[in-house]
Design a binder for this molecule. Structure first.
Ligand code: ATP
Ligand code: MG
Length: 238
């Protein structure tokens, strides 16, 4: 297999489910309903990537592209402390970009190739990948244009991931649908473009209280199974 590396999620059960963690040179989609833990997961990975390799990281930095204004520095501080990092350093190692619309989001990715190698960025997060596209191109009449733009965006992301041996992690909303999707009346948004563009698709759902359940969708490499984790002050834990 081509030379890939893994970022530990910080959750043993999840790393096992994923065959080592979040893979570089790939796009991993986190899909799930509100409160299922997508944004927490993104914060966690932005810290985990910074750890040395013997602790599950890549000793690299993160680029966090925020479309919904849900990045919380204080959350990074909590997670970094728990993982034994200097919180100030951890924050400095996360390059933050607020994307104000879908064109801006794509522009940030175009520009990112300048800083990724210079800053040793090994993780690119987009939380959320599809929100701007969905609100700017609503309805059937805009579907073709929206999907074409998303397709281009995803291709650009995969290219960056491959060239710089970085992991790309994107979040996705789930939408109601008429047919059942893996036994669920919801399915990830973005249609085929994301279904085919994402290398790995992780479906998150809420359990009791702070418990969350992750399942990997349609991966040839991973048998269909689930892992549970908790969302706490310290981030995601077993
Ligand atoms: P959305 O679709 O609305 O963006 P999401 O999937 O991104 O949702 P998150 O924001 O990651 O979901 O998860 C929210 C959950 O995380 C809440 O249920 C909240 O209880 C929990 N949470 C957030 N901060 C903390 C914290 N400091 N300690 C414990 N739990 C927390
Ligand atoms: Mg969120």
């Amino acid at each position: 297999k081509r030379n890939v590396q893994y970022i530990s999620t910080g959750v043993k059960a999840l790393d096992e489910l994923l065959g080592g963690g979040i893979e570089t040179r790939a796009i991993t989609e986190l899909a799930g309903e509100f409160g299922s833990g997508k944004t927490n997961f993104c914060h966690q990975l932005s810290v985990m990537v910074q750890l040395p390799e013997d602790k599950g990281g890549l000793k690299g930095k993160a680029l966090f592209i925020d479309t919904e204004n849900t990045f919380r520095p204080e959350r990074i501080v909590q997670i970094a402390k728990y993982r034994g990092l200097d919180p100030k350093e951890a924050l400095k190692n996360i390059f933050y970009a607020r994307a104000y619309n879908s064109d801006h989001q794509m522009l940030i990715i175009d520009e990112a190739k300048k800083i990724i190698p210079k800053e040793n960025i090994r993780l690119i997060v987009i939380d959320s990948l599809v929100a701007h596209f969905r609100s700017e191109y609503p309805g059937r009449e805009n579907l073709a244009e929206r999907q074409q733009k998303l397709n281009h965006h995803i291709a650009q992301l995969l290219k960056l991931a491959d060239i710089y041996n970085a992991a790309v992690v994107v979040t996705n909303q789930v939408i109601a649908q008429p047919d059942m999707f893996f036994g669920n009346p919801l399915k990830p948004a973005g249609g085929n473009v994301i279904a085919h563009g994402a290398t790995y698709r992780i479906w998150l759902r809420k359990g009791k209280e702070n418990i969350r359940v992750a399942r990997i969708l349609d991966s040839p490499m991973h048998p269909e199974s689930e892992a549970t984790f908790k969302i706490t002050e310290e981030g995601l834990i077993d």
